[in-house]
Design a protein around this ligand. Structure first.
Ligand code: NAP
Length: 487
C-alpha cells in the first residue's frame, strides 16, 4: 500500500489547500487506488474525529459543484490519523507501527511520500525521528513547505538536516507559485512562441515590474509575519521565482535539471543591493490607519498590539548582471493593505525608434505585456492601433489591449489549486516545479545583503496610509528613471 504521510494535518494549510487539492486529484481519478493519506499532528484526535474535521474542511473549501457524496466518501476512506508530537523522539515507533499494521506487519512500503506542513523549526526533529523509526527508505520522498529558514544560515541548517537523510533528487521544496498555471504559462509563452524571444532582452525591453499587492493585513499571522516582514514573506521566495522565470535563458529541455540550472544562474546574477545601494535601490514601508475597499482599517502596530519596525511594504530596483539584461531595471514591489489585490509581471518594451505618425492623436506608447496571476489569470499585450475614422487631420492611434482571459480561453478546463499540480508531481517524482537547494540559497544570500544594507543605513519603514500604493518614496524609486508603476 502506498502512503502519503502529512505532518501538520490539522493545520490551516492542510485544511484549506492540501486536503482540497488531494480531493480534487482523487475526484479526477488521479490518485493511485491503493494510496492512503496518513495525517499526523499533536492533537489527540480519534481517526473518526480527524475524518470529520477533513470532511468539514472539504465542505468549506471545495467548490460546491465539485462536492459529490460518492467522491467525498471515497476520499475520506483513504484517510488515517496518527497523533504524534514531532519533538518527542519516543513517539515515532508508534507511527511506524501504525503504518505497518495495514501492510501485514512488514513495515511501511518503501513508496512513502512525506509532506511537512509544520513550522520549519520542527523539520530537523521530524526528519531525525522518521529516520530513527526506519521511515526514510531509499525510495521515500520528502516535501517541505516554506519558509525554509529566515536567512541563509538557518536555511542552510535546514537543508543540511534534510540532506543528511534525503538526497536532493528526493527533496521537494514547495513554492506554491510554481504550481500556478500562469507561472507555467510564462514558460509556454516565452518558449512556445517565436514572437517574444527575439525581443526578450535589453535591446527590446525597457524595464520589467513585478507586483504582488495584497489588500489584507495580518490575518492572525501576528508572530510569524512580524518576524518575517514583506521581504522574507514574499520577495525571497515567490517574487524571486517569478523574476528568475522571466529572466532566465531558454533551457535546453523542460526538465528539472535544465530549468533549475537556468533559474539559479539568474539568481546568482542579481546585482547585490547592499550597504552602498540599499538607500537608493530599496524602499520599505509600514501601513498606518486608512481605508481599504471603503472600509476603515487599523494601523499595523495597532493590529499587532505593539510598536514594530517590520516592513509591510517593500519596493526594490534590481538588476540582472548578464549580457541579456544589461541596463534593464527589474522593479519589484509587494505590500499589505494596498488598494487592490493583484499579482502581475509587467513587461514594457522599448519605444519604436522613429514615429511616422504626426499630431497629438498619434503619440505612440511602447508595447506592454502583462501577465496576471491574481485576482484573475490572464495575459494582455497592449499594442497601438488606428482609431476608426477618416482622420483628415492625420491618423489617430490608440493603445489597445489584446486580451487573453484564461478562464475564457480555456473554458473547457477546470481551474486547479496550485497544490494539485505540486502534490501530483510529488507522487509522480517529478521535481521540475520544486525549488532546488542552490536556488533557495542564492535567494537568501541576495535577501540577506539587502537586509544588512537596511541595517547599515539605519533604514526603518516609512508609514503609508492603508489603501494606498505604499510610501511616496516607492513612486520616486521608479519616477527618477522616468518609469511609472503599473497600478
Ligand atoms: P497551523 O495552522 O499553525 O498548523 C500547524 C500544524 O502543525 C498543526 O496541524 C499542528 O498540530 C502541527 N504541529 C504543531 N506543533 C506540532 C508538534 N510539536 N508536533 C506535531 N505537530 C505539530 O499552520 P499552517 O498555517 O497550516 O502552516 C503550516 C506550515 O506551512 C507553516 O510552516 C507555514 O508557515 C507554512 N505555510 C502556510 C501557509 C498558509 O496559507 N497557511 C502558506 C504558506 C506556507 P496541532 O494543531 O494538533 O498542534
Amino acid at each position: 500500500m502506498k502512503s502519503l504521510l502529512l505532518f501538520g494535518a490539522t493545520g490551516d494549510l492542510a485544511r484549506r489547500m492540501l486536503m482540497p487539492s488531494l480531493y480534487g486529484l482523487d475526484s479526477d481519478g488521479l490518485l493511485p487506488d491503493d494510496l492512503r493519506i496518513v495525517g499526523t499532528a499533536r492533537s489527540l484526535l480519534s481517526e473518526d474525529a480527524f475524518k470529520a474535521m477533513i470532511e468539514t474542511a472539504l465542505g468549506e473549501f471545495v467548490e460546491k459543484d465539485r462536492q459529490r457524496p460518492e467522491w467525498i466518501a471515497k476520499f475520506i476512506a483513504r484517510l488515517r490519523y496518527v497523533p504524534l508530537d514531532v519533538s518527542d523522539p519516543t513517539q515515532y515507533q508508534a507511527l511506524h507501527d501504525a503504518l505497518s499494521r495495514e501492510d501485514g506487519g512488514h513495515g511501511p512500503a518503501d513508496g512513502l511520500r512525506i509532506f511537512l506542513s509544520t513550522a520549519p523549526s520542527l523539520f530537523g526533529p521530524t526528519i531525525a525521528g522518521l529516520k530513527s523509526a526506519g521511515l526514510c527508505g531509499d525510495q521515500t520522498r520528502l516535501a517541505l513547505e516554506k519558509p525554509l529558514g529566515h536567512d541563509l544560515a538557518s536555511s542552510a541548517a535546514i537543508n543540511d538536516a534534510v540532506a543528511a537523510v534525503f538526497p536532493e533528487s528526493r527533496t521537494f521544496r514547495i513554492d506554491h507559485y510554481l504550481g500556478k498555471e500562469t507561472v507555467q504559462n510564462l514558460l509556454a509563452l516565452r518558449f512556445g512562441n517565436a514572437l517574444f524571444e527575439p525581443l526578450w532582452n535589453a535591446q527590446g525591453i525597457n524595464h520589467i515590474q513585478i507586483t504582488v499587492a495584497e489588500t489584507v493585513g495580518l490575518e492572525g499571522r501576528l508572530g510569524f509575519y512580524d518576524d518575517a516582514g514583506a521581504i522574507r514573506d514574499m520577495v525571497q521566495n515567490h517574487m524571486l521565482q517569478l523574476l528568475a522565470l522571466t529572466a532566465m535563458e531558454p533551457p535546453a529541455r523542460f526538465d528539472a535539471t535544465s530549468v533549475r540550472d537556468e533559474k539559479v544562474k539568474v539568481l546568482r546574477s542579481l546585482r547585490p543591493i547592499d550597504g552602498a545601494s540599499a538607500a537608493t535601490h530599496s524602499v520599505i514601508g509600514q501601513y498606518g490607519a486608512g481605508a481599504v475597499a471603503g472600509q476603515p482599517v487599523k494601523a499595523y502596530d495597532e493590529e499587532l498590539g505593539r510598536a514594530s519596525t517590520t516592513e509591510t511594504f517593500v519596493a526594490l530596483k534590481a538588476h540582472v548582471d548578464n549580457w541579456r539584461w544589461q541596463g534593464v531595471p527589474f522593479y519589484l514591489r509587494t505590500g499589505k493593505r494596498l488598494p487592490t489585490r493583484s499579482t502581475e509581471i509587467f513587461i514594457q518594451f522599448k519605444a519604436v525608434p522613429h514615429s511616422i505618425f504626426a499630431g497629438a492623436g498619434a503619440a505612440l506608447q511602447p508595447n506592454k505585456l502583462i501577465i496576471r496571476l491574481q485576482p484573475d489569470e490572464g495575459i494582455t499585450l497592449r499594442v497601438m492601433l488606428k482609431e476608426p475614422g477618416l482622420d483628415r487631420a492625420g491618423m489617430r492611434l490608440r493603445e489597445t489591449p489584446l486580451d487573453i482571459s484564461m478562464p475564457n480561453a480555456f473554458a473547457d478546463s477546470r481551474r486547479r489549486i496550485a497544490y494539485e499540480r505540486l502534490l501530483l508531481d510529488l507522487l509522480d517524482g517529478e521535481p521540475t516545479l520544486f525549488v532546488r537547494r542552490d536556488e533557495v540559497e542564492a535567494q537568501w544570500s541576495w535577501i540577506d545583503a539587502i537586509r544588512a544594507g537596511w541595517k547599515a543605513n539605519g533604514m526603518t519603514p516609512k508609514s503609508y496610509p492603508a489603501g494606498t500604493w505604499g510610501p511616496s518614496a516607492a513612486i520616486a524609486l521608479t519616477e527618477r528613471d522616468g518609469v511609472t508603476w503599473h497600478d
